[in-house]
Design a binder for this molecule. Structure first.
Ligand code: PLP
Ligand code: COI
Length: 336
């Protein structure tokens, strides 16, 4: 897999030819198995299809230069997966049960894990399968847990190109109590405002700032960065608690940055980016630099409009750990 970036398939569009799957019935999980990737049997009345009982996760496994495969912070992702399941009143699988499905799957599709700068993106998804369209106000008593594997490269087509962001000061990304739940409905809810902003303002992403309060984009957290200082929203229920965010903040502290976690307004952000940097963080995005912010009637260039030096430095520091070229001081990697 040494093809140039231009030849790589779009993020998440190709899959290993196997997947892991398990079903929950009669109050317990049945055995999991690794099977050929194929459509799954689902009743048309399945709870997920009508009442959106679904949550998922996304994390990566890296092939190091010595050919061994390493998972990055799967424990944190599985803890979040369990919290998401609990908040949607879905059966909550043990972290170990899901982790074993992931490692069994990787063992079966070892060959398709790309070399750096690619990775294998793992996507556990949990859906409510009870066939009952009357169960609008009742949880699904049956469920399916599957894990997909997808060889990935850059999430944002254009690689290291600075992003154009629409600052959305009215629409919310999701229901206020579900910001830190990773559920498909949140992405569906963000789609309308995102497509409208793309059409009207030709932006790449939308930063949700309801009432002027900066939260996050549709699929990544938001960080303000400058010499020796990082500012990002404190953990509350309004946004997804990113594992990449946590890793970057930890690394930034190690590198001597002051890490400030608190609420901040659009006006403060606009002041910051006159001389500072802005970036999106996430498993898929890694740390992607923002080049400009667009707000009703106004385009604000972030710094000099290019990906900032601190953004590049922090991104490289993280990627070096993930790819085994820098020491894993915090015990974030697990060999498969
Ligand atoms: N926020 C949203 C809405 C996301 O979809 C993601 C991606 O998973 C993130 C933030 C970043 O989370 P993480 O760094 O755990 O991938
Ligand atoms: C991730 O970074 O894992 C995400 O969830 C982004 C995804 C929705 C493509």
């Amino acid at each position: 897999m040494s093809a140039t970036a231009a030849q790589h398939p779009p993020f998440g569009s190709v899959f290993a030819d196997v997947m892991a799957i398990a079903w929950y019935r009669d109050g317990q999980w049945g055995p999991s198995s690794v099977v050929p990737l194929a459509p799954i049997p689902l009743h048309p009345a399945a709870h997920v299809l009508h009442y959106a009982s679904e949550c998922f996760e996304g994390f990566k496994a890296y092939r190091w230069a010595d050919d061994r495969i390493h998972l990055f912070r799967m424990d944190r992702h599985l803890a979040r997966f369990r919290q998401s399941a609990e908040s949607l009143v879905l059966p909550v699988p043990e972290a170990r049960f899901v982790g074993d499905m992931v490692t069994a799957l990787i063992e079966r599709c070892h060959a398709v894990v790309p070399e750096a700068p690619g990775a294998l993106y793992l996507r556990p998804a949990l859906i409510g399968t009870t066939a009952n369209i009357g169960a609008a106000a009742a949880p699904s008593t049956e469920a399916c847990l599957m894990v997909l594997a997808s060889p990935v490269w850059d999430y944002f087509s254009g690689g290291a190109k600075p992003l154009k962001i629409w600052v959305e000061e009215h629409a919310t990304r999701c229901a206020s109590h579900l910001g830190c739940t990773k559920t498909g409905g949140n992405y569906a809810a963000a789609l309308g405002p995102t497509m409208a902003a793309r059409r009207a303002h030709q932006v790449d992403q939308v930063l949700f700032c309801p009432g002027g309060d900066v939260q996050e984009t549709g699929a990544a957290n938001f960080l303000l960065i400058r010499e020796g200082h990082i500012l990002t929203r404190h953990l509350d229920r309004s946004f997804l608690h990113g594992v990449t965010r946590d890793s970057l903040l930890t690394m930034a502290g190690d590198l001597g940055y002051r890490v400030e976690e608190r609420a901040f307004s659009v006006d403060e952000m606009v002041q910051w980016v006159k001389t500072g940097e802005a970036a999106l963080s996430g498993t898929a995005a890694v740390l992607a630099g923002v080049g400009s912010l667009q707000r009703a009637g106004e385009t604000i260039t972030v710094g000099d409009g290019q990906v900032g030096v601190h953004t590049q430095r922090l991104r490289s520091a993280l990627v070096e750990i993930q790819q085994g070229r820098a020491p894993d001081r915090h015990g974030w990697l697990q060999t498969v």
